[in-house]
Ligand binder design. Structure first.
Ligand SMILES: Nc1ncnc2c1ncn2[C@@H]1O[C@H](COP(=O)(O)OP(=O)(O)OP(=O)(O)O)[C@@H](O)[C@H]1O
Ligand code: SF4
Ligand SMILES: [Mg+2]
Length: 344
């Protein structure tokens, strides 16, 4: 396919004011106060992403991936949500301490988010061109005509065929994959420094998933943006992520550069996730599935939260919560037996 390379050349972006990463989440805690008790959805999550870097956040349903992203974006339902502790440093400044106005300016302009469900994120009664153009009319004061031209340019960039003819079409007139491209275009409109994509391809079929993921990765490189890619599917992010943070019951249980994590996981949960991906070299063999279900957050097991499902659990696992041990530079594992796991 022809590569659209017209448009601006991205200027080199400075990282955090203190020379640190673009975004750094430190010891973030989020809890929900419900009728049945306090659900601790995020328990001390720390991760970071730099300009031009892709962090994949991986974990089963309910592990706290989206809640962490919502806390970063400042779109958490509060109440029932509460952030008792933690920092969200964007270019070295804690967004949790900013005024609502200051955060609003960062959201959309500096950090944009892409959600799984494009159909419910787009307005069904407005054309996609109008919705894309609105970004430029509202934020940059462009005229209707100028905004429409920008909308077409963006649709071209995300490779929607015949953008000029389709700019007046409504969301339901596009396929799922094309709608997701429109969401990517919306996120790119204001040239953000960071995109958080929460399961951006989950609703799509496998071939379209790969195309949309490749497009996202290509644009991220071209614009030198940071990208946080939330997914429950390791297979989808393997080719595009630089590093991975694996979440379980609101904690990061393993973090590593992507190749190292694939080559030698240092946590039994990661190992289980890897073993449950279909692989050509294991054709004919039965696919492994991690037994049991993630814990109910109102009744998290004592000790290591993964212990009821872990094939390697020992007595200490039922009493002591493992901390994130340094496995190697840039690698951590929250398992008492990470050495045995990595050496297996
Ligand atoms: N508004 C809310 N009120 C109460 N509990 C909530 C609320 N939002 C999220 N939670 C709880 O927080 C936990 C983490 O949810 P989260 O949406 O972050 O999971 P996830 O890892 O994104 O899962 P999925 O893969 O299904 O999207 C879940 O147990 C969820 O029920
Ligand atoms: S700490 Fe124990 S239960 Fe938890 S993952 Fe490691 S071996 Fe398994
Ligand atoms: Mg989610």
């Amino acid at each position: 396919m022809e590569k659209k390379s017209e448009g601006r050349v991205p200027a080199p972006r400075p990282e955090g004011e203190d020379g640190g990463p673009l975004l750094e989440v430190r010891d973030l805690h989020v809890e929900f106060h419900t009728r049945d008790g306090v659900a601790k959805a995020v328990n001390g999550v720390s991760y970071s992403v730099g300009a031009g870097e892709t962090l994949a956040v991986l974990g089963e349903s309910g592990s706290g991936k989206s809640v962490t992203a919502q806390a970063i974006m400042g779109i958490l339902d509060m109440p029932p949500g509460r952030i008792p502790r933690g920092e969200v440093l964007f270019r070295g400044r804690d967004m949790l301490k900013m005024s609502a106005e200051e955060r609003r300016r960062i959201r959309g302009r500096k950090i944009a988010m892409i959600f799984q469900d494009a159909l419910s994120s787009l307005n069904p009664v407005l054309s996609v061109g109008y919705q894309l153009g609105e970004m430029f009319r509202v934020h940059e004061g462009l005229s209707r005509k100028e905004a429409r031209a920008k909308a077409i340019e963006l649709m071209d960039r995300v490779r929607i065929p015949a953008a000029k003819e389709r700019v007046g079409d409504y969301p339901h007139q596009f396929s799922g994959g094309m709608r997701q491209r429109i969401m990517i275009a919306m996120a790119l409109a204001l040239e953000p420094d960071l995109i958080i994509a929460d399961e951006p391809t989950t609703a799509l079929d496998v071939t379209v998933q790969a195309q949309v993921m490749d497009l996202l990765a290509e644009l991220q490189r071209e614009f030198n943006m940071g990208l946080i890619l939330i997914t429950h599917d390791l297979g989808v992010v393997a080719d595009v992520a630089d590093k991975i943070a694996v979440m379980y019951a609101g904690r990061i249980v393993e973090t590593a550069p992507v190749r190292e994590l694939y080559g030698s996981p240092a946590h039994p949960y990661t190992r289980g996730l890897l073993d449950s991906i279909p692989r050509l070299d294991r054709k004919g063999q039965e696919l492994y599935a991690i037994k049991g279900l993630p814990p109910n957050l109102l009744k998290v097991p004592t000790g290591c939260p993964f212990n009821p499902r872990c094939p390697q659990a020992q007595d200490i696992c039922r009493t002591d919560i493992p901390v994130l041990h340094d496995v190697a530079p840039g690698r951590g594992s929250a398992c008492h037996f990470w050495k045995e796991t990595i050496g297996d």
